[in-house]
Design a protein around this ligand. Structure first.
Ligand SMILES: C=C(O[C@@H]1C=C(C(=O)O)C=C[C@H]1O)C(=O)O
Ligand SMILES: [Mg+2]
Length: 454
């Protein structure tokens, strides 16, 4: 992972050229220098090896686009989506294709739990260094927001300084070895989970709600701080078609995961969305795996769970799009430890909705909230013994028109000495508390393997 990649030499020539040809004296609001490049190192390795406190990485499940960021040019922390869009208005007036990375809390009305404090309600970052890779190739950019309206020469000097400071940082390699665990807490414990599920089943029986997705978490405490780099590097090594996301806000504070679920992708007016719900473990051998697949695709309980999601996504697609197509219906999605039922949709976005407004229209889908959507947040506030923070909420990148957001599941929050690992399960009328517990256990297996948990 150790990388010998240096940023200043890449931009030095261009910076010198701009200094020598000042043109106008005042710099613009956004100073951005872009470079196409041949990149041999994986973007994730570059991001992880650099010891700057703020950084992120995102790769979509179909590998169409990868984005990494180091440092902060502009961070918008906000209480609403509108505030976020207002925060990036000037940036996108200058160039609407510039991507920013971030997300928002599962329940933006809820009080923020202390461990989620640095993430806040909505948070998006325009990085100092932006590295991306698409089918067209790799590109590296440096961004500077000239809030103080400094003269151009000074801005260029500041850019050069920050690049040199990045280059001067010692390069990180992830720490090796097993963690020295001091404590492991299950929130809730199994008996409380059983009570929670039974309560949800009563609510469903009474007919108020039809599906409630309930979550639990494991909190691992170590004597020393967790190394989020070690965890995300291990997640990246899993071969599986899923989104990889990493959002580090401060040293040792990061939200990361390997999510099979794309909330949506918006690209030149085409909207793609997945409905994923209904679960079985992977089999011990191909024969066993096939048996479990058949069981999943024929189970009325799993199909019911899935169809609440598919029906909801389909309805939303019709509100947002024309030409709505079901690309595939009720197929199997195989992951490392589990398999799900997946239905895929596409459509043409019919209005000028911002990607953030689309994310808010979908979230929370019945895959992670429940059905009907309207009452679910207040219901979860009453049922779950912890606050979800950003777990199961949209996370990804957007510019003014395009976006790719994952649903932040199969995820963990690293916060100093504590590591929170999350998983939920869709409760429907035929759910059984014990089976749903086992399902969530399986969904945490990626992390269990990393932690060497038995
Ligand atoms: C809520 C999670 O996953 C969701 C719940 C599923 C289910 O209950 O079958 C399957 C996939 C996701 O829609 C999670 O992984 O935390
Ligand atoms: Mg389920």
């Amino acid at each position: 992972m150790k990388s010998e990649f240096f940023f200043y030499p890449l931009f030095q020539e261009e910076i010198d050229r701009l200094v020598q040809n000042p043109g106008r004296k005042e710099a613009r609001y956004l100073v951005r220098i872009e470079k196409e490049m041949v990149l041999t190192d994986p973007i994730l390795d570059l991001i992880l090896s650099c010891q700057t406190p703020g950084k992120f990485y995102y790769s979509a499940k179909d590998d169409l686009f990868e984005l990494g960021g180091l440092g902060n040019a502009l961070v918008i922390e906000a209480a609403s989506g509108d505030e976020v869009l207002e925060g990036f208005r000037r940036l996108w007036n200058r160039d609407e294709t510039i991507p920013v990375f971030g997300g928002f809390a599962f329940d933006a009305e809820e009080e923020i739990a202390p461990e989620w404090g640095p993430f806040g309600r909505y948070r998006f970052t325009l990085p100092l260094i932006e590295i991306s890779r698409s089918r067209k190739g790799a590109r590296i950019c440096v961004n500077y927001i000239n809030k103080k309206r400094l003269p151009r020469e000074q801005v260029l000097r500041e850019i050069a300084d920050s690049l040199q400071s990045l280059d001067a940082l010692p390069r990180l390699s992830p720490t090796a070895g097993q963690p020295a665990l001091a404590d492991k807490a299950l929130i809730p414990e199994k008996p409380q989970w059983n009570r929670m599920i039974k309560k949800a089943l009563r609510t469903i029986l009474e007919g108020d709600l039809k599906k409630i997705v309930l979550a639990r978490k494991k909190v691992f405490t170590q004597k020393d701080r967790w190394d989020p780099v070690q965890i995300v590097a291990a997640l990246a090594g899993i071969s599986e078609k899923s989104c990889l996301f990493y959002y580090q806000i401060e040293d040792g504070v990061a939200f990361l995961g390997r999510s099979p679920e794309r909330l949506f992708r918006m690209h030149n007016g085409t909207l793609l969305a997945d409905a994923i719900a209904g679960t079985r473990p992977r089999g011990k051998n191909p024969f066993d795996d096939q048996r479990l697949e058949a069981e999943l695709l024929n189970s009325p309980k799993e199909l019911e769970e899935h169809r609440f999601v598919a029906g909801f996504i389909e309805a939303r697609m019709h509100q947002l799009c024309t030409d709505v197509k079901v690309e595939s219906r009720e197929e199997i999605l195989k992951l490392k430890n589990v398999q799900h039922i997946i239905t895929r949709y596409s459509g043409r976005s019919q209005k000028n909705f911002s990607p953030l407004a689309i994310a808010e229209a979908f979230h929370p889908t019945p895959a992670v909230g429940g059905f009907p959507q309207e009452e679910i947040r207040s219901c979860l506030r009453r049922y779950e013994p912890f606050r979800r923070g950003w777990y199961a909420a949209p996370i990804g990148w957007m510019n003014r028109r395009n976006a790719d957001f994952a649903v932040g599941i199969r995820s963990a929050l690293v916060s100093g000495k504590t590591l929170h690992i999350f998983a939920g399960a869709g409760i429907v009328s035929q759910s059984n508390p014990h089976a749903e517990w086992n399902e969530t256990e399986k969904k945490m297996d990626n992390f269990a393997a990393i932690l060497g948990e038995v």
